[in-house]
Design a protein around this ligand. Sequence first.
Ligand code: SF4
Length: 1014
Amino acid sequence: MSDPSTRSVAESDPGPGRERVRRHGSGVLLIRGGAGTGKSTALRERVLQVGEKGLDPSRVALIASTGRSAAAHRLRLEEDLPGPYESLSVFTWEGLAEEILRHRPVEAGLGPTFEVVGAAERLAMLLARVDELPLRNHEIRGNPAGLLRELLVGIDRAKRQGEDGGELAELIELHDSLLAAADLLDRNDLPRIVARLLEDKALAEEVTARYPHLVIDELEDLHPARAGLLHRLAPAGLESVVASFDPSRAIYGPGAEQRFLEAFPEPDEFVLDEAWRMSDLRIKAARAALGSGPLPEGDWEAKGDEGSVRYWRPASPRAEAQAAAREVELQIASGIAPEELAIAVPDVNSQGGGVVGALAERGIPARPGGGAALFRQPEVRDTIAWLRALTDPTDARAVTRALMRPPTELRSLDLAKLTQISKRRKLDMISACEASLESPQMAPEARQRIEAFLTLYRAAAGAVDTRRPDAYVRRLIERIGFRRQRLFAARPETAERLLGLSRLAEIATDFSRRDPNASVREFTGFLIALTEGGLEPAGGPVLPGVGAVPVLNLDMLKGGEWTRIWVLGLERPFGTIRTPGPGIGDDPTHPGGPESARIAVATALTSAREEVVLSRAGDAEPDPVAAILEATGGLEEVHEEELFGPDEDVAATYRTMLGEVIEASWKTGSELNEPRLDTAFDVNRAVARYLELLKLAALAQRDDGASDEEAIEAVNGLLAQIATPEQLAELDASTLDPYLLATERERGMRQGLADSRVEPSLDAFLPRRGDDLRLSATDLDMYLTCPLKYKFARVFGIPTPPTVNMRFGILIHNVLQRFHEAELAGKDHSEDGLATLMALLDEGWRRGGFGNSNDELQFLDRAREAMRAYWRNEKSSKSKPAFLERQFEFRIGSHFLRGRVDRVDQDPEGNFEVIDYKTGQRVDSSRHGGDIQLALYRLGAREAWGIEPAAGSYYYVLEGEKVEVESSPDDRERVERTVLEVGEGVLGQDFEPRPSPAVCGWCDFKLVCPAAEA
Ligand code: SF4
């Protein structure tokens, strides 16, 4: 990004704004204008002018709405102000309020070292006390962090507006009392607290004496709480106020202008109506995005020719991310700096990962911003995994990640052996590591790696309860060697990664400062809460890192300017609140709500100098893209998914391998200092990889017209003259040549290439019965959804703790099973059916270890309601259960299929119906090309029990609805085809991840999965 800053004042602004500001002496000046009319430059001109008149520029307080704008103004002023001056006074409203409070903490009733916290810290605080919160009427559904995040939005909105929060009032009161008890201040509260403080006129005059001149950017965001602060300063002797106002970018709704005029009733006014760097097309598109009228016709006229708008309709989010990465690569190749390009998505938490992944495939570093991007960085996730493993050795996923990643890097095969030991002997993973040292199953090299891991683990575990979190985290980062590993890995994203680790250490420092007695365990809980809540503490870098493409939340574009912006993922339905409920409501200005979306898209359209791309995947017709298209008459470009990612030519493969070779050399080098049993093996492998890199470099530069095959053979001949026999054996075993020569490149081949270099076969750990692969309907669905998830769950068998949703599902299944078992045994339920269901539910609830948390009690309420609906349906049903929990097993090809059907009903005509109970989300029967589960059940019933079910249904117990899925003539063929396809994938060990926002968001293996990181 560059704020308008990277160009000189003279070049960037034709001048009317600056001239008018120069003519302005004291008093109040209000500048109106749309984007691109030179308002920001005019405001900075005011600061320069004050400096020219001999007054210290630090006495001008420049206030912006967003941290990004404030940072951009500061950067630019530092360039333009000749100095000397004390320090620049550039703030957000909350920053100014904090600065005032730091001068007068006692008068505000605060301790001298009060701490200010943002949304992330408040979310962690609420999550730690979730059972004490008044959430009985909010739908928690096993995801308290998600709900609390939505509620915080409601709390913040109420505070901005100066309202009591209505249905949230009780929660707000508790939220505030928790903060007060911890001696913490909510950043959003600062303007309100200062407004109260400045009721003391002498204190208000003290502030205006320090800052006699105010310059206010983004006045459109003057919400009531901020206005309260301004209203105290207005009568306290300000010499001048210059403010700029653009109603088309008001992120907190209307009313800001009125609030300003209440403080300064008769300002001089001036309209900047010429957008001198904006094309007509861009303004037309932005106006269409905004709908009716924030800027009347005539008040915002295009005077430039900068900027086109393009529209995409890609086939899928993956195709969209690939297309953006392709264009970004071309832009960088043409000389544009990566930070001058931006990619924005409505929700970076769920949509950013795919974009960052597509950029990474082309070797383009990215910096995700907003949400919890920091917690998706591999080394940050490694550190969190270590902290989790150290504070809870039963956290199998955390221990697994620590074992898989540097410095241990246990191979998949050995990891599978470990999880097997853990399961067979019922040991946690750390104890399994210890037991594995005695196990003949483990190869000596693996034992050595595990021993090194345990040494590190024990040393770190010894200090968990004695060190402060900040000192502990810094030491852990050093001990594990994350910094060292990355420092040498001279890849473009190295700086970003190192910054991520530093940021984590800073978060630990802030945490320890807020509570010097807090333990490492508490800090780990805090990090887990932030990760689950998808929020990062404030204080990270606001401006993008040099050399990295920012991937941002769409609502974070305000205050920045880029050369090109791609706005992706616009198919996401705006206005959908994830956890609707009291107090969250349907406010159109809710982040992601329709008004916010309009403003954010319009802001994107006016924040790029050269081009903006608006993209929506699939068939969606989202607002406001459809309106923009209609207004501008644009055509949409269609983008299909590239099966193999970036252009898989030799140069691309060279780029991919380059990083691999550098990292391998660093790791192998460290082994030379502390030789292990497999050091010679690793050294030969590293040298062989280097020779392959040479081969690729040679092939990429050849221009002799020889065929690929001839060229490879020639280079191989030369390499054979210098490689040792061991290295030659490595080269022979490599799949690089077949990969380069393949004309029919299959999906996953690149992954296979990478895997075959480092991983021995997992064949012995594939789930089998005899020689046959063992598959169930869940396995088929899991593999088709994401093969890597299947690997974690079924091949490694990484244990996952049962969630409340899972326990609840088991309870409901058990209740219904017992109810109908009694019926099958001859019990007549006609008189006491509902009472029996309720009694079974209550008994199961007691025995199921459920507690009294709001979340669990809500599940109980839903279960009771579900039992009533179930009984109503049962009473009127003509069918009766014929079998319950009946198993089937049969073969398809060399695969062994098994399953258990919840219930099989038979109607009076003797027809059978297979029924599967569901207590979670609705099944999308069309995914994977048609319903598999019920088709498999019907086939199983036919093959194993010899009955021919006429129907198959999903019974959504909580909704009291049974949904029949009609059979189709090709069911058998489809199931067989699917089984063979999945079987081939599993046997071929094709476990390539298929990340997608919908699936990864709920995946139990996010912590372990490399595809879930940025
Ligand atoms: S996080 Fe996503 S990509 Fe990774 S295993 Fe889970 S579903 Fe697959």
